[in-house]
Design a protein around this ligand. Sequence first.
Ligand code: GUN
Length: 294
Amino acid sequence: MKLIDGKAIARKIQEETRASVEALKAVGHTPGLAVVLVGADPASQAYVRSKDKMCQELGMFSIKRELPADTSQEALIELVRELNADPRVHGILIQSPPPAHINERAVVEAIDPRKDVDGFHPINVAKVALGDADAFVPCTPLGCQRLLVESGVETAGAHVVVLGRSMIVGKPMALLLMQKGLGGDATVTVAHSRTRDLAAVCRSADILIAAIGRAEFVKADFVKEGAVVIDVGINRVADPTSPKGSKLVGDVAFDEVAPKCAAITPVPGGVGPMTIAMLMHNTVLACRRLNSMS
Ligand code: GUN
């Protein structure tokens, strides 16, 4: 069993991004990212903090805005409009999910699609579906695809089961894997909580991508001997043996699944670092495109 080291692969991508940032700065353009969090969810706060920190480490411009949970939709959309107009900002990310009173679709649709580094705007969703090369591709599925490519996992002709149908991961993941070319050409099945005989469907996968958002949901009987497993889940669960009283686990029951796999990603240290790496990559791309450099 090979452990896919997402941290190491992400580090390599960050170094490429750092070089791109330096090249852009040398010609007067500093890539800039604005991250916006509404409310005080601790996990979201941690994600937003790490995105801000990574921008600084790579020499990028960063704006982090943490707004109270009772921020109105109008105020949030007004902030998006300001960021759309701010020439220092090339990428805008509104941390998902926002509080229940916010209509996330309406906020996302207010983002300039050229600054939509999350790839959540309908224009970018459509471009991904069309296979358009100038789409912004959502960071988590892009990171999963890159993990497979960098690990030498052949997707062409493989049966990939994507477990989960979210707009952030499952749907775009399926689209990327079925595209023509490197990291694509797969036969894709999208399975979810309502799929009949889910374990058997997952067991037919050469590559299983678990993005169902339930702690350790994928057990040994979901996985074929010799399969590759990519675990997108990040779930905090109680752990009386740790000083914190909790720990992070994926959507895969790692200890029982790993011995059956040809390769598997750990949690933490698998997909998570790749998501941030791809966000930084997309921000550099946005900076280049907004300055007509690619
Ligand atoms: N919440 C979980 N993943 C993501 C992501 O990739 N982007 C945003 N904006 N929110 C998220």
